[in-house]
Design a protein around this ligand. Structure first.
Ligand code: HEM
Length: 413
């Protein structure tokens, strides 16, 4: 039977000759009072210190330029996800494919996953996504005031998730609640809580697998069942890694949509002319979502570590030192996207944005995420004649970027 390779064998970590290389160029925990303040910092870092080091979280490097981030993402032979795939490191409770695996084992998990995000699968799930969207959104618009981040962006993704994973809605809501606590514990670096909540998510993933064993579903219709039937080099995937994969899928797909959705509403509230334009021309919504993904990319702490010492932008980074990839900055790199802070519909090179990553780990869930966001804007614009911000906007913390709270006032159509 094929033995899955252990994580990269530990290589001797080189001694850093000059400790002054380990400067403290930025603080990921610095307050971010407004929706644009992190982007102001990113602009500064791209200009002055695109390969930066921070002493926070035990020390890590961060790449701010598009070119450097894409270089690392597309060089998976040099930069692994198996040691630490996020800053701060929080995966203490086991390796979870696909994110924590490098090719070729990585592909054994991506193959079955990718099959669930085809156009055909998306067309099948589209009516359920719209129904879930309307179920959550319509009552909020009808009551005239709501926090779109808390009351919609936190509640809609679990419902979609339930449809996608064939889970009862109640279970998806529990998963979301545990994930919210889990992410909060990661953000304040409460390692014991991170471990406890991670173990809880493992129990839930195990319950989903047990349920499929009791009442099998077709591998055509159910991703968990497809993973249970998948093979790598003629052998089934190991049980503990199927568990890890289901556990990872449960969380990955819910975090980013929750901090992303509110950003679109902030932009449209602050720019009512765009609200009117998209309301009058809903066919423009997919292009608007794409530009929002570029401008409001929700990740800045996804990470890699180099297998050997490397040099990036003239700065030496030693084997196994963590490197955060600041997607949120890369997508506003003026060298690639002219006037990067401006919302431009149908930018010539919009397809180059990396909100969903790049290289072997590029997000498989992108088609579902796009559908969720387009449906949200279509329904929100159709059901209102106007909406606006009605209170204080609160921002998520590193490693996410986006809104945690957006109080809004709606004028129903
Ligand atoms: C705003 C929405 C989303 C954004 C911006 C996003 C972004 C990303 C990014 C940047 C990565 C690559 C991470 C890396 O390179 O280290 C990723 C990976 C991943 N995403 Fe998403 N994602 C979103 C929604 C979803 C959804 C809805 C799902 C599933 C239902 C999903 C499932 C995954 C999985 C399984 C991976 C790991 C892929 C691998 O390691 O091969 N994501 N996502």
């Amino acid at each position: 039977m094929h033995q899955f390779l252990p994580p990269h064998p530990p290589r001797p970590t080189s001694e850093r000759e000059d400790q002054s290389d380990l400067t403290h160029d930025f603080d990921p925990l610095a307050p971010e009072p407004t929706i644009e303040s992190a982007h102001d910092v990113h602009r500064d870092m791209r200009a002055k210190c695109p390969v930066a080091h921070s002493q926070t979280y035990g020390g890590f490097f961060a790449l701010y330029s598009y070119e450097d981030v894409v270089h690392v993402l597309t060089s998976s032979d040099q930069f692994t996800t198996s040691v630490q795939n996020a800053v701060p490191k929080f995966a203490f409770t086991g390796r979870r494919p696909p994110l924590h695996f490098d090719p070729p084992e990585h592909s054994a998990y991506r193959r079955p996953i990718n099959r669930f995000f085809t156009q055909e699968k998306m067309a099948k799930i589209a009516p359920a996504v719209r129904r879930d969207c309307v179920d959550v959104l319509a009552p909020l618009i009808a009551k005239g005031e709501a926090d779109i981040a808390v009351e919609y962006a936190q509640r809609f993704p679990p419902f979609v998730f339930a449809e996608f994973f064939n889970l009862p809605r109640e279970l998806a809501t529990v998963i979301k609640q545990v994930s919210v606590e889990y992410i909060a514990a990661i953000q304040i670096v409460e390692d014991e809580s991170v471990k406890r909540l991670s173990r809880r998510l493992y129990e839930i993933a195990q319950a989903v697998i047990d349920e499929r064993r009791k009442a099998p579903m077709s591998a055509e219709d159910d991703l968990t069942s497809a993973l249970m039937e998948a093979q790598f080099e003629g052998a089934p995937l190991p049980d503990e890694l199927i568990l890890g994969c289901v556990r990872q899928l449960l969380v990955t797909g819910m975090v980013a949509p929750s901090v992303f959705i509110g950003n679109m509403f902030v932009h449209l509230s602050e720019n009512p002319e765009w609200q009117a334009e998209l309301r009058a021309n809903p066919a423009l919504i997919p292009a608007a979502v794409e530009e929002y993904l570029r401008m409001y990319s929700p990740y800045r702490g996804m990470a890699r570590t180099p297998n050997d010492d490397v040099e990036i932008g003239g700065r030496k980074i030693l084997a196994r030192e963590p490197i955060a990839l600041v997607y949120a900055s890369a997508n506003r790199d003026e060298k690639v996207f002219p006037e990067p802070d401006k919302f431009v519909l149908n930018r010539a090179n919009i397809k180059r944005h990396i909100a969903f990553g790049n290289g072997p780990h590029a997000c498989p869930g992108a088609p579902l995420a796009r559908m969720m966001f387009q449906t949200t804007l279509e329904e929100a614009l159709k059901r209102t004649s106007h909406f606006e911000i009605a209170g204080e906007i609160k921002m998520a913390k590193w490693a996410e970027w986006g809104t945690n709270s957006v109080p809004m006032r709606f004028t129903p159509a």
